[in-house]
Every structure is written in C-alpha cells, then in structure tokens.
Write a new protein. Structure first.
Length: 118
C-alpha cells in the first residue's frame, strides 16, 4: 500500500473544484426551507423557558424580597413564559409552512428531475 499516493490524492481532492450534484442542491434547498423555523423555535423556546424560570424564582423568593408583590409579579412573569412556550409549536409550524411554500416550486422541480434520471 502506497500511503504517499493516498495522501497526495487526499490533498488533490481537498483543493480541486467540486461540482454540486442535484441531490446536494436538493438537500440545500430543503435545509433552507426548514432552518429559519428551527432557529426561531429553539431561540423562542429557550427565551420563554428562561422567562418562566425567572417568574418561578420571583414566586419562591429566590429573587426579590419574597413579599406578596414579588410573588404576584412572579406569577405574572411565569404565565408570560408559559404562554410563550405554549404558542412556540404553532408558530414553528406556521414559519415552517411559509418556508416550504417559498421553496416548494424549486424543490419539486429538482426532485422530479432527479427521479426522471433514474
């Protein structure tokens, strides 16, 4: 086994110009359709969970002075966090559908071209 030849071929492959295939283009379009919805859902979910956590900390007296005012404020803040977390999935579905509608024509065209080649 000639390891120098294998190493040289690996270096050539790294620096050579790569042509994108239709399958790679299809994967990129699919990712472009789904990525904004995923980024939004994760970010919004994390923020809502943190807001709910702050509300719980206010209720338990970990933050604030532990008075009734802070408990009421904690309940209100916690409800805002829980409501945000509960609407996260419907918002995700809506953003995902919007992305799919945006790229549907290109994805269907490219997928039919790939299926027709087989």
């Amino acid at each position: 086994m000639n390891t120098d030849k294998i190493y040289a071929q690996a270096i050539v492959n790294e620096y050579s110009k790569k042509s994108t295939t239709k399958v790679v283009q299809l994967k990129k379009l699919d990712r472009a359709a789904k990525m904004p919805a995923q980024i939004f859902a994760y970010t919004f979910g994390i923020i809502c969970a943190l807001i709910a956590g702050v509300g719980m900390c206010l209720c338990m007296g970990v933050l604030g002075s532990g008075t009734a005012v802070f408990m009421a404020l904690g309940i209100a803040v916690g409800i805002v966090g829980f409501v945000g977390a509960s609407v996260n999935y419907p918002l995700y579905k809506r953003i995902l559908q919007s992305g799919k509608d945006k790229y549907a024509g290109d994805i269907i065209r490219l997928a039919s071209e790939i299926a027709g080649e087989e």
